[in-house]
Design a protein around this ligand. Structure first.
Ligand SMILES: CC(C)(COP(=O)(O)OP(=O)(O)OC[C@H]1O[C@@H](n2cnc3c(N)ncnc32)[C@H](O)[C@@H]1OP(=O)(O)O)[C@@H](O)C(=O)NCCC(=O)NCCS
Length: 203
């Protein structure tokens, strides 16, 4: 499945807004995911079928948002596989993501893809709803009360850890797109409120 960097910011804004993921609340901060680099799986007419936004700060890469239109058909896997070498190319050693206690599908998804639980923050979503993002619903997936953040992480292998001559691990967009692992991805995007993390509710 082909993954490419998103060039069309208008499409990105619409996609994220449709998934209530343009503003992400997590770790006590709110971040505007529409300003961050994004990878996508696209449909026949160029429409976005799955989007992952990410943020590189220091030697860490955060998956800020991940949403697909056609669940369980491999798009999420392709997007996560594509961001790992970008993180490695930018010198990151840690890939991390925050999800919520109700999102048992995402917990399964990430753990099956090598992520480990790194932190649990009881009540963090309740606090974000109160102080940052009132539109976070009280009830999440499967009718579960939406209250807590769960942070997952994966170590990122250094690019030179790959065997010489081995094929690239994923098919990512060419240089010049959001998918290229260059120093440009380290630059704080416009409107960035803080170099520390951002708050997010990914659903
Ligand atoms: C979670 C999400 C990103 C996964 O992407 P996807 O394209 O649907 O998943 P894929 O087809 O690539 O991978 C399927 C995997 O999902 C996991 N999964 C979790 N619940 C599942 C279910 N009900 N049915 C099938 N797979 C499920 C499994 O790990 C499965 O892989 P496995 O069979 O090897 O265990 C996607 O479903 C989604 O957009 N969910 C809603 C938004 C969201 O919760 N995003 C994550 C926020 S942190």
């Amino acid at each position: 499945m082909a993954v490419a960097g998103v060039q069309d910011r208008e499409k990105l804004v619409h996609f994220l807004a449709r998934h209530n993921a343009d503003l992400v609340a997590r770790r006590g901060e709110l971040v505007d995911a529409t300003t961050r680099p994004a990878l996508a799986v696209t449909g026949e007419r160029g429409e976005l079928r799955g989007v992952l936004t990410y943020d590189i700060v220091g030697d860490e890469c955060e998956i800020l948002t991940l949403h697909v239109e056609d669940q369980w058909t491999g798009s999420g896997t392709a997007l996560v596989a594509a961001v790992a070498p970008i993180a490695a190319g930018a010198g990151c050693r840690r890939l991390w993501v925050v999800t919520t206690n109700d999102n048992v599908d995402a917990l399964r998804f990430y753990q099956r893809r090598g992520f480990r639980i790194a932190a649990v923050r009881p009540g963090a979503v309740d606090e974000a709803r109160r102080t940052l993002k009132p539109q976070i619903p009280p009830t999440g997936s499967y009718g579960i009360r939406l209250s807590d953040e769960i942070e997952l992480e994966q170590r990122v292998a250094a690019p030179d850890a790959q065997a010489p001559g081995s094929p690239p691990r994923t098919g990512v967009a060419p240089a010049g797109t959001a998918a290229a692992g260059t120093a440009a991805h380290r630059a704080a995007p416009p409107g960035r409120a803080s170099t520390e993390v951002d708050a997010l509710r990914q659903r």
